[in-house]
Design a protein around this ligand. Sequence first.
Ligand SMILES: Cc1cc2nc3c(=O)[nH]c(=O)nc-3n(C[C@H](O)[C@H](O)[C@H](O)COP(=O)(O)OP(=O)(O)OC[C@H]3O[C@@H](n4cnc5c(N)ncnc54)[C@H](O)[C@@H]3O)c2cc1C
Length: 365
Amino acid sequence: MFPTTYTDIVKRIETVDPISYGKTRNYIDGDVSYLSPYISRGVISTRQVMEITLERGFQTSEIQKFLQELAWRDYWQLIWLSKGAQIFEDLRHPQPQVQHHDVPSALINANTGIEAIDTAIEEFYQTGYLHNHVRMYIASIACNIGKAHWWAPSQWMYYHLLDGDLASNSLSWQWVAGSNSNKKYFANQENINKYCNTHQSGTFLDVPYEAFNDFDIPERLISTVSFHKETPLPTSDTLALNTEVPTLLYSYYNLDPKWREDADANRILILEPSLFKQFPVSKSCIDFTLKLGENIPGLQVFVGEFDDFIASYSPNEIYYKEHPTNSHFEGHEDTRDWMFDVKGYYPSFFKFWNLAKKELKQLEA
Ligand SMILES: Cc1cc2nc3c(=O)[nH]c(=O)nc-3n(C[C@H](O)[C@H](O)[C@H](O)COP(=O)(O)OP(=O)(O)OC[C@H]3O[C@@H](n4cnc5c(N)ncnc54)[C@H](O)[C@@H]3O)c2cc1C
């Protein structure tokens, strides 16, 4: 489902159907792009996807939905940059009606009794991917129906997602759970049937929307488990470092083969155990990362903290790309590609988007 060679990845950008995307993206079998694992791992950028798509001759007005969804990624990233670790706590309001801090077992075991959700979770364990609408359904079932605080279930999802992105993930969970939005998101069985092509009835979600105003946790969601996982990190390569040339540091969030590609440099993928202890990911995520790293010639893997790398190898000049997970790195910081010049914290996406749209108009002019 997710090829890892750079050629295949660029081909995937070139074959997105951004017009059909606008009409079908909410359906589980809609024309979505499946680009997120590559954007999250920093192989490609949102700007690159926008530019390649516009070069294919589409007008911004006809592919606005696609550009807008891409912009959500940058929007969440900008909030992470502005708010730092606050995004890992209730950002704007305390989440209402929290009854526990665990994960409903029925989600982990793909046993909610809701066919579309259970099938999607089973596939998720195989592929590391979930459709956006299904992510929203799952978060709503966990937090708004099952009354879990969003943090533990979000970590369960992040652990398995090949496209795990701490900003998109934490802030989307909070958007659904009402701690980063003005109301909680609910979907009933009829909505799930419509977008997932099922015809199920009689589930705990088979109710009119008014019923959610006063809803007890259904029997299926009573049992919960705490979520504790470890990341199966690989072992470090035996590094061969040329101290005469600069060292480029790649990370879980930057695997861009085009970044300083002509430089004569050491290329090191640094996997810091402290990051993966705080935010664990599955073996599939690590394997996927290492495969994507094969697009970068001569990339060597160092598993350890930044300070230990410096102390052990005394590298010459260090270069890295700006990212919140690298804020403690020292050296030359390169900027990353953003879609727009709009920067900073906007409490509402649409305030951000209205400014971004002005830049889009200029692009077309
Ligand atoms: C509860 C929840 C958790 C999420 N966790 C993550 C996560 O850890 N990592 C992640 O990359 N996305 C996350 N998302 C956002 C979104 O679901 C995925 O980016 C999208 O489903 C990826 O599939 P795609 O590439 O086929 O997306 P498409 O629909 O084809 O969209 C194209 C690109 O636009 C961006 N995008 C689209 N929708 C969103 C969105 N709602 N928020 C941010 N960016 C978006 C992505 O970069 C995506 O690759 C989450 C959403 C929810 C509701």
